[in-house]
Write a protein that binds this ligand. Structure first.
Ligand SMILES: Nc1ncnc2c1ncn2[C@@H]1O[C@H](COP(=O)(O)OP(=O)(O)OP(=O)(O)O)[C@@H](O)[C@H]1O
Length: 456
């Protein structure tokens, strides 16, 4: 398997493995693994030392093999080798991190500066971030902050559900600031901040810890909800926040919920988080999901037909990580088994990971299936360019039902019927509505079809 594909497969597998292990175990042992090769059913994994090798083989080979089976669709034999150099970070997010993540270290900061920021994923930039109704405001605010740190919203607080792009957006700010201003940027997860603080206390180096964090131009802290219940970390973060804010430095924070819903967050911190701008990210709508998949395919130079993209986008509607995961799984499977990617393959390969269509959710695909069967034509014909009367009528009925029973826009319905214009859909809708009023027989057919479609 070529390197890029292997990285993708491993990225997806890591996301599944992560769910099966405790966070500290995952961070300690799997974060620094590197996939070396996957030939046939043999996966070679590199770890930094013998201890890690023993641990991985003894404690998580089951999780690894199990996750890989789900990604590539067959059993995999695991081989772990020791690679003494520090392996490049290989979590889902940073698998391909190659560029130097930090701005040039200020001469007085020395090596401690280098250890301050976590590595950035080179792919998480504004250029690769697709905007849509759910994230437009958060994107605009992040861009404004990146363009002019500490001059617009300070702090910027971004919150949203799992896998909706908070980390991507935070790191896009970091990349942009580094590139444009060459400033000192620190991107850390709340957990890293906490761990570093604990270590500093243990090693009697609290002063150094403070100086490091209070000397940056832009501080980005991811997943701040993990401050909940950690009193001394909250205390420390409070002072860091004040020092930076007073010195007119930019602070960007992300969380899975708004400040007032973070339990046991001290009032003084909560109110500070609310000083600047609070912006949420909502799940993407269908068009944005399609655009994200297209962008991903384009960035990875993958050819994925439009109907396959629409199929995945229709079925995964809440989590962008899962959306991308489904695409990667499909591409990996097709490449491993030398298959051409089409809708049949997508349905087969993704059947275990896609949520079942919601019982009461009527989709365009469902309407097309029912109408085609009812009138004895093929779904393929409904989507074809042909205009014969025998097909035109069921097609118009199907378009009418799509407009009545789904929330899809006219252009989107047109897209699903062989890329027809939205005016064609509107015409079909008006024609069938008109005919129904004059033809009770047609009225009964439509009613019958609606019942069949809703039965699911
Ligand atoms: N608008 C977008 N355009 C392109 N890719 C996106 C977008 N939003 C999210 N992604 C991709 O989806 C994946 C998950 O995003 P990310 O890790 O930023 O989510 P998150 O909100 O931080 O999740 P978590 O709550 O688990 O920390 C990433 O691969 C990211 O690149």
């Amino acid at each position: 398997m070529v390197k890029g594909e292997l990285a993708e497969v491993w990225t997806e597998a890591l996301q599944l493995i992560e769910r099966q292990l405790t966070r500290p175990s995952y961070e300690a042992w799997l974060r620094n693994t590197r996939p070396v090769s996957l030939e046939g059913d043999r996966l070679v994994l590199a770890v930094p030392n013998q201890f890690a090798r023993d641990w991985v083989l003894e404690r998580c080979s089951g999780a690894i093999v199990d996750s890989l089976r789900r990604v590539v669709g067959h059993d995999v034999r695991l081989e772990v080798v020791v690679e003494p150099q520090p392996a490049p970070p290989a979590t889902g997010q940073v698998a391909a991190a190659t560029e130097a993540p930090l701005a040039p270290a200020p001469s007085d900061a020395g090596s401690s500066w280098r250890t301050l920021s976590q590595p950035l994923n080179p792919k998480y930039t504004f250029e690769t971030f697709v905007t849509g109704s759910g994230n437009r405001l958060a994107h605009a605010a992040a861009l404004a902050v990146a363009e002019a740190p500490a001059r617009t919203y300070n702090p910027l607080f971004i919150y949203g559900g799992v896998g909706l792009g908070k980390t991507h957006l935070m790191q896009a700010v970091a990349h942009h600031v580094l590139r444009k201003h060459g400033s000192r940027v620190a991107y850390v997860s709340c957990e890293t901040f906490t761990n570093e603080m604990i270590n500093a206390i243990r090693d009697g180096k609290t002063l150094e810890f403070r100086n490091r964090y209070r000397n940056v131009d832009v501080l980005l802290v991811d997943d701040i909800q993990f401050l909940a219940g950690k009193e001394s970390t909250q205390e420390e973060f409070f002072h860091t926040f004040n020092a930076l804010h007073e010195a007119n430095r930019q602070i960007v924070i992300s969380s899975d919920r708004p400040p007032k819903e973070i339990p046991t967050l001290e009032e003084r911190l909560r109110s500070r988080f609310e000083w600047g701008l609070i912006s949420d990210i909502q799940p993407p709508d269908f068009e944005t999901r399609v655009a994200i998949l297209r962008k991903k395919a384009q960035l990875e130079k993958l050819h994925v037909p439009d109907d396959v993209i629409a199929f995945i986008a229709e079925r995964i509607d809440t989590n962008i990580r899962e959306l991308e995961g489904a695409l990667i799984r499909l591409v990996a499977f097709a490449s491993l088994t030398n298959h051409h990617i089409d809708l049949d393959l997508a349905q087969e390969v993704l059947k275990d990971i896609l949520p079942p269509p919601r019982a009461n959710k009527v989709t365009i695909a469902r309407i097309q299936e029912v109408v085609a069967e009812y009138y004895g034509v093929k779904v393929r014909d409904l989507k074809a360019r042909r205009r014969t009367r025998a097909i035109a009528f069921p097609r118009q009925v199907a378009m009418y039902l799509c407009r009545e029973l789904t929330e899809a826009s006219l252009p989107r319905i047109g897209e699903e019927f062989g890329g027809r214009d939205h005016t064609t859909v509107l015409h079909a809708y008006e024609k069938i509505s008109h005919d129904m009023r004059h033809d009770p027989h047609l009225g009964r057919q439509i009613k019958e079809l609606m019942d069949l479609i809703r039965k699911g």
